[in-house]
Design a protein around this ligand. Structure first.
Ligand SMILES: Cc1cc2nc3c(=O)[nH]c(=O)nc-3n(C[C@H](O)[C@H](O)[C@H](O)COP(=O)(O)O)c2cc1C
Length: 350
């Protein structure tokens, strides 16, 4: 029988359990995206709480683009020293750490007046109203270079790997979506074309970081919207990325209208199907709360890892609690009140 505390690898990262902290924007870096003491403390608490792998909050790959304030930056070498403080505190506390890297795009209301926002096409965002400019070939090449260089910097800062943010409606997931991507060049139209930019980022980064460094991706199982990226699409993209050599796929999604408020592990059925089809490990995120339910999923599917965002804001030591045979569900009630202008924080913690 498989257990949540099995020792398993992703590429050559040796992990002490199957519990992962999913990327969580803490809103705590300094205003230019540099790591500070407060952020180091968050990572220290997470590592000491027993989680096997920590994925950082999303980091911006160019100084010109931050979808949200006080994100971590990785856009030039001056960030490496601060990032090293995160990797050091995590490694000193027996955990592993991967840097999530992202380009936001039109899904933001942050400083949208005074910067140029890139998109696959000039399609008005239905929620924010932001109309991006359609990226030129030169801008696509630049973006690929930024992502690849961010990977190199993560390697220099001693991260165990990087995770490309391809989910949640940000730029790369917009490229996958026929709704946002209306291009008629080689980056739009067929699914093969819509996934091209992600494949090119992966391949360029791989050529610069080598085969031992882990490159992962977070991707929607579906956008659950009209004319969006579908589950059928997601399966094809995941298979292609696995063939190219991606080291792990974290399956997420946009709000599934079929999911009821009390449902747990809501993307597990999609992740399980994907896990049957790819050779690399699959991580599933969203409303993983009950250790028994997760253990059943582990033993009845090919899902290898379970990731958590909000539960670890409320209980950074949740993995240790479960390890010590206190199998009560995560205390998080998924109220989303952890989004806080002063930095993410659970309202139930004093
Ligand atoms: C405060 C907060 C910040 C988040 N920041 C990120 C992020 O930077 N990158 C990302 O991919 N997902 C981000 N997410 C989404 C989580 O990684 C996760 O997919 C989602 O919260 C569902 O998992 P959960 O039920 O364990 O919270 C964030 C979620 C929260 C609550």
């Amino acid at each position: 029988m498989k257990t949540l505390f099995d020792h398993v690898n992703i590429n050559n990262i040796e992990l002490k359990n199957r519990l992962v902290r999913s990327a969580t924007w803490e809103r705590m870096a300094d205003e230019n995206g540099y790591v500070n003491d407060r952020l180091v403390k968050v990572y220290q608490d997470l590592a000491q709480g027993g989680v096997g792998l920590i994925i950082t909050g999303y980091a911006f790959v160019t100084a010109a683009e931050q979808p949200n304030p006080r994100m971590i930056g990785v856009c030039d070498d001056s960030y490496i020293e601060g990032l090293q403080r995160l990797t050091e505190v995590v490694h000193n506390n027996d955990s592993k750490i991967v840097l999530q890297i992202a380009y936001g795009g039109s899904q933001t209301r942050y400083q949208t007046e005074n910067r140029v926002i890139w998109g696959p096409s000039a399609v008005k965002h239905p929620r924010t109203g932001v109309v991006p400019i359609e990226m030129s070939q030169q801008q696509i090449d630049e973006l690929i270079d930024w992502f690849a260089e961010a990977g190199v910097r993560a390697q220099k800062a001693d991260f165990d790997g990087v995770q490309i943010h391809g989910a949640h409606g940000y730029l790369l997931s917009q490229f996958l979506s026929p709704y946002f991507n209306r291009r008629t060049d080689k980056y739009g139209g067929s699914l093969k074309n819509r996934m091209r930019i992600i494949c090119e980022i992966y391949e360029e980064m791989r050529s610069r970081v080598g085969s031992d460094f882990s490159i992962m991706i977070k991707i929607n199982c579906s956008d659950f919207t009209d004319n969006g990226f579908t589950f059928a699409d997601a399966q094809v993209v995941c298979q292609r990325l696995a063939e190219l050599g991606i080291d792990a796929i974290e399956v997420s999604g946009s709000k599934d209208p079929a999911a009821k408020p009390a449902d747990q592990s809501i993307f597990a059925k999609y992740a399980a199907k994907i896990a049957e089809q790819v050779a690399c490990p699959v991580i599933v995120v969203n409303k993983n709360r009950d250790p028994q339910l997760i253990t059943n999923l582990l033993n009845n599917t090919d899902i290898a890892f379970f990731s958590f965002s909000r539960p670890l804001i409320r209980e950074p030591d949740l993995p240790n609690r479960w390890k010590n045979a206190d199998f009560g569900s995560a205390k998080c009630i998924s109220c989303n009140k952890c989004f806080n202008e002063q930095g993410m924080k659970c309202i139930f913690l004093v």
